[in-house]
Write a protein that binds this ligand. Structure first.
Ligand SMILES: Nc1ncnc2c1ncn2[C@@H]1O[C@H](COP(=O)(O)OP(=O)(O)O)[C@@H](O)[C@H]1O
Ligand SMILES: CC(=O)N[C@@H](CCC(=O)OP(=O)(O)O)C(=O)O
Length: 298
């Protein structure tokens, strides 16, 4: 069977249809959070890299913030280091924080940079430490202990949340031909200690600081699902809080939705949670009428 040749008129129509979207986002900053679960196989990585390279080429400024939770988990397993999550966050001791930084700011960051560059983009890898971009404070969380039913404060170790974002380096890179790819590792506000920051939270802080027009959260589910596993297309801040409180939103979706609320409240116009494993999810969301996922609104 021979592959059918696309009709040039169809190709031209698709480009023309993208024009109003390119105009809408012209020179705008778009933060794309690329979750470890969205990374998928080599094809998916290539689609993502192509999308990001195209955005920059048409005059939009993508900032990639990536995760890598499953990849950190894989390395910790190989090393025989036990790891657990509490309230959606990895309990991070001294050994774990070293592995987290190695995987996030090392291998994953450089893989993403290399795949964007292979598509003709010019990516530059950074972490929250570079240029003093993100200073974090230590996080603690209150959870209900399932054994006792009582509330307790858990110490998560070297887990931080952004307290200050210095956008100097990001602004330089955004204004250049380069695409920043940022790993969610930060330094403490009061010293050189490394903090592991949830990638969703980190992306929200960056989106708020650079006043992004859009924040896309790429994950491995179509968006926020209700109790019957149906996609919720639009979610208000109030409804989102209710779904977290009643347990419909759990695990890794909690920091994701909390980030959406944070970003919306800081003026990011459109915050969308969507399935990053779908081919060209980023391009379709931004430059076509065919966007999917859950849009979080005020
Ligand atoms: N209401 C919900 N809707 C969709 N996913 C949910 C919901 N509650 C919990 N989840 C879980 O959250 C996961 C996404 O979070 P996470 O695994 O941290 O993704 P990522 O690595 O992309 O940041 C989904 O795979 C799903 O298992
Ligand atoms: C504190 C905390 O939980 N940090 C995360 C950082 C990576 C991350 O968030 O990756 P995803 O986006 O792929 O989930 C972790 O250690 O897994």
């Amino acid at each position: 069977m021979t592959a059918s040749v696309p009709d040039p008129h169809d190709t031209a129509r698709i480009l023309v249809e993208a024009l109003p979207y390119m105009q809408r986002y012209d020179a705008a900053t778009v933060v794309v959070k690329y979750g470890g679960n969205a990374m998928g196989d080599a094809n998916a990585a290539r689609w993502f890299a192509q999308d990001v390279a195209i955005l920059k080429e048409v005059g939009i400024n993508p900032v990639v913030v990536h995760g890598g939770g499953p990849q950190i988990g894989g390395m910790l397993d190989r090393l025989g280091i036990k790891s657990e999550f509490k309230a959606g966050l990895r309990v991070t001791d001294r050994d774990t924080v070293d592995i987290v930084e190695m995987i996030l700011a090392g291998s994953i960051n450089k893989q993403i940079v290399a795949s964007i560059n292979a598509e003709g983009g010019r990516a530059i890898g950074l972490s929250g430490k570079d240029g003093g971009m993100v200073a974090a404070r230590k996080v603690s969380r209150t959870i209900i202990n399932p054994a006792t039913g009582q509330e307790e404060v858990v110490d998560l170790g070297f887990v931080g949340e952004p307290e200050r974002v210095d956008r100097t380096v990001l602004d330089w890179v955004i204004a250049s031909d380069f695409i920043p790819v940022v790993a969610p590792v930060a330094t403490a506000t009061d010293g050189p200690q490394t903090y592991n920051v949830n990638a969703d939270t980190f992306a929200g802080a960056i989106a708020g600081a650079v006043k992004a027009k859009r924040l896309l959260m790429l994950t491995d589910v179509p968006g926020v699902l209700d109790r019957d596993k149906n996609l919720i297309h639009e979610l208000s801040v109030e409804e989102a809080r209710r779904l977290i409180a009643d347990g419909t939103i759990s695990g890794g979706m909690i920091p994701k939705v909390e980030t959406c609320i944070y970003a919306v409240e800081r003026g990011v116009e459109g915050v969308v949670i969507l399935d990053g494993k779908q081919p060209h999810a980023v391009l379709i969301e931004l430059l076509t009428p065919g966007g999917a996922g859950t849009l979080v609104t005020r």
